[in-house]
Design a protein around this ligand. Structure first.
Ligand code: IMP
Ligand code: MG
Length: 504
């Protein structure tokens, strides 16, 4: 019994129409860019695409990784000319080193149009399924490649492309890296797939390809259901309420929507699981691949990049819930007590290092900074002095006017001192701006600011903040010293304030 297909005798060129009939090329007359390395699969792609009536451009990508790779471009160019196809050769630079296969693929993709056709056959499909399985792929990865204009040859076998080249008198380029056992793909091709066929007592390639096709149908159905169940993946409640199989898909779709991000950092299953835990309330925020971060606030999830304004902070556990006396008006924590403690410790450590030679005078701004000031002062391992001033800004209950009245002035003389202003929260920045000018006029040797919280995107004046605890979304917050009408300063975490009267 033959379990591994051997090349059949040379196909006759008159077999071409029946081969084309099994391919999934665009209809005749359409433009088609074919990625052609010069191997038998891609040469067959070129022959069949021309035979299918497409207006074909063959593109050879030279990775310049092997000596003589430039000559391969000439082989492809000659075949294209013989078939009447356009030809272009592109050179990419791939440095030797780890992860070569993936980097070469990425470099190739960067010079090929996204809809370029490749010569993957059913044998490649089977190898992809097994390789994805070994990498830990789930349903979507096991569905492998979908037939269509990008993968027109998936119904053909490799021996058929080899036979076609032989019949056409084409000598395919032999890429020695296809035998290099350092690549997983090659070991799957030369070792695993043949063993599977031996164990199954039949050629498993069509079986695997058939399974992939069924799985793609299942995946497409689930994808549609996920889109219906969670039309907006930033809606934490919808994610938390959806069946987990759909919620996972919604998260994955959300994290890959930004192509730039997804291309370099596809989300792993552990990240997707953590994002779901943020949605269900177990965490406030979590890191995902590439330094991106998902944070929950007011029932919504926000995704921010490493260059975004939200500074990276450690993943926080929601250990502190809202006490019963606050439940009418106090929403979920924006920064938990645990995160506050960890960050204040970090700030204290930084200040200790920066001021080691000249301990600062800490100037706390009452009343909001009272708790932050007391924790921060104890996190600084230097003989600091402490003073307070109290200011009151004219304005509505939740909006400052920028016109500030000094309610309590400093006791200390600032002349020649290193002054570090300790502020609770910066919203418009007007209060701080006023304070800075006021204090600067008293001749300190240096004047810096340590703000626990900065509201994202609200500042109307440029800020120069030496130390910042957290950048938070722009909502009114209470707790850890912050009040609304003097209430809620003694909450251990910083919470969103939800006025009870809102909407009647
Ligand atoms: P700014 O002048 O707009 O930057 O406002 C800063 C001051 O307004 C802070 O020192 C706080 O006293 C107060 N403030 C601003 N936002 C909040 C908030 O969300 N909760 C409590 N107080 C706030
Ligand atoms: Mg204040």
């Amino acid at each position: 019994m033959r379990v591994v297909p051997a090349p059949v005798g040379p196909a006759r060129p008159d077999a071409i129409p029946s081969l084309v009939g099994r391919c999934t090329f665009p209809s005749p007359g359409h433009d088609l860019v074919c990625a052609v390395s010069g191997g038998s699969d891609s040469l067959a792609l070129l022959v069949l695409a021309v035979a299918a009536g497409c207006r074909v451009t063959a593109v050879h990508v030279d990775h310049a990784l092997r000596p003589g790779s430039g000559a391969e471009a000439a082989v492809v160019g000659a075949v294209a000319a013989r078939l009447g196809a356009d030809f272009s050769s592109r050179q990419v630079v791939v440095e030797p080193g780890p992860n070569l296969e993936a980097r070469a693929r990425a470099a190739r993709r960067s010079v090929l149009p996204v809809d370029a056709a490749t010569g993957h056959t059913m044998d490649d499909q089977a190898e992809t399924i097994l390789a994805n399985l070994l990498r830990g792929a789930a349903l979507d990865g096991l569905g492998a490649m979908a037939p269509g204009p990008r993968h027109p040859l998936l119904a053909l076998r490799r021996h058929e492309t080899e036979a076609l080249c032989a019949a056409m008198g084409l000598t395919p380029v032999r890429d020695p890296s296809n035998d290099d056992p350092r690549y997983l793909r090659n070991r799957v091709r030369h070792e695993l797939l043949p063993l599977c066929s031996v164990l199954a007592r039949r050629d498993v390639v069509p079986i695997l390809a058939r399974q992939a096709s069924l799985l793609r149908d299942d995946a497409a159905l689930l994808e549609g259901l996920a889109a219906d169940a969670v039309p907006d993946p930033s809606d934490a409640g919808a994610l938390a309420g959806a069946p987990v199989a759909l919620a996972r898909r919604a998260v994955r779709r959300w994290l890959t929507e930004d192509d730039d991000r997804a291309e370099h950092h596809p989300p792993g299953s552990a990240s997707v699981a953590r994002v779901l835990e943020v949605a269900t309330g177990r965490w406030v925020a979590t890191e995902v691949e590439g330094g991106w971060r998902v944070r929950r606030s007011g029932g919504r999830l926000a995704l921010r990049g490493p260059s975004g304004k939200v500074r990276p902070v450690k993943t926080e556990r929601v250990a502190s819930s809202v006490p019963s006396w606050g439940q009418a008006e106090v929403g979920e924590p924006v920064v938990t007590a645990e995160a506050l403690a960890a960050r204040v410790f970090e700030l204290g450590t930084a200040i200790t290092a920066d001021y080691a030679d000249a301990p600062p005078l800490l100037v706390g701004v009452l009343k909001g900074a009272m708790i932050f000031m007391s924790d921060l002062a104890r996190a600084i391992d230097l003989p600091v002095d402490v003073d307070f001033m109290a200011v009151s800004s004219y304005g509505s209950a939740t909006r400052t006017s920028g016109v500030v009245r000094i309610v309590k002035d400093l006791d200390a003389d600032l002349a020649g001192r290193h002054v570090l202003v300790v502020e609770d929260i910066i919203d418009s920045g007007l209060t701080l701006n006023y304070l800075r000018r006021y204090l600067q006029a008293r001749g300190p040797k240096s004047l810096e600011v340590c703000a626990l919280l900065v509201k994202e995107g609200e500042q109307r004046v440029p800020l120069d903040l030496r130390y910042v605890g957290f950048t938070i979304p722009s909502a009114f917050v209470v707790g850890y010293g912050l009040d609304v009408a003097e209430r809620y300063r003694n909450l251990r975490s910083v919470h969103v304030y939800r006025p009870a009267m809102e909407g009647g």
